[in-house]
Ligand binder design. Structure first.
Ligand code: DC
Length: 235
């Protein structure tokens, strides 16, 4: 291991960004990946795509055998177009279909099943193993890449996260209520943190970033500075 604890990887660092929903992980991680020229992997989108496939197959989220069959039958990929990442499920662009409140709730349920996590974690390790990658999710620094070169835990107050999600859904023309959206974010936090397998947990060696009251640009600049320091320490 070289100075600063960074192992040489063929294509750059492995950076983990974990935290609860609505903390700004997707927007911030996407911007960081563009600035660094790194691959961006939205692991939440992978679980969401599986949830959509489960819904379409009419399978119960509690039926492990059926869940395994669905997982094995899906091909999930990402395409970058004009700086925006599309999520493909068996070649179909499902970027919008996976972001409805119904699919969010179903995703929270199926992502608690070990059989689903096994398949996804294996895929995520394969995608990130060469480095030059920034992955965001709930268990990247604790389970998927416990030896990641740099780990962030990105959070914000539940009210602020609920408000951001509300504005995002409203902007897409969804019929939503602020109070209800905040309650749903709190409910998903609860489900994601209390589940038996790979619960949302801050890795002991993660850098804490609280985005409450900060602009996206401020958070990106803060994290980029920390990444640059790590890169400098590795040379
Ligand atoms: O980040 P997101 O809101 O798109 O994630 C959707 C759901 O997937 C959320 O309920 C938590 C779950 N998830 C997970 O269990 N593990 C991950 N690495 C990423 C997301």
């Amino acid at each position: 291991m070289s100075e600063g604890g960074v192992r040489p990887r063929p294509e750059g660092l492995i950076i983990a960004v974990d935290g609860p929903s609505g903390a700004g992980k997707s927007t911030i991680t996407r911007l960081l990946s563009q600035r660094l020229g790194y691959l961006y992997i939205d692991t939440g989108a992978m679980y969401r795509a599986v949830a959509l496939a489960v819904r379409r197959a009419g399978v119960s989220p509690d039926d492990d055998a059926a869940l395994v069959a669905v997982c094995r039958g899906v091909e999930i990929s990402f395409v970058r177009t004009n700086g925006c990442c599309q999520v493909l499920l068996n070649g179909e662009d499902v970027s919008a279909a996976i972001r409805t409140p119904e699919i969010s709730m179903l995703t929270s349920r199926i992502s608690a099943r070990m059989v689903v996590r096994d398949v996804m974690v294996r895929l995520q390790r394969e995608l990130g193993k060469n480095g030059g990658v920034i992955l965001e999710g709930r268990d990247i620094g604790t389970v998927v890449f416990p030896d990641a070169d740099l780990k962030f835990f990105l959070s914000a107050s539940v009210d602020e996260r609920g408000r951001r999600r509300y504005l995002e859904l409203k902007g897409k023309g969804e019929d939503v209520l602020l109070e209800r959206t905040i309650a749903e974010v709190a409910q998903r936090d609860e489900q994601d943190s209390r589940r038996e397998h790979a619960p949302l947990r801050r890795a002991d060696d993660a850098v804490d970033i609280d985005s409450t009251g900060l602009s996206i640009e401020e958070v990106v600049a803060l994290m980029e500075g920390i990444i640059k320091e790590k890169l400098a320490a590795s040379h």
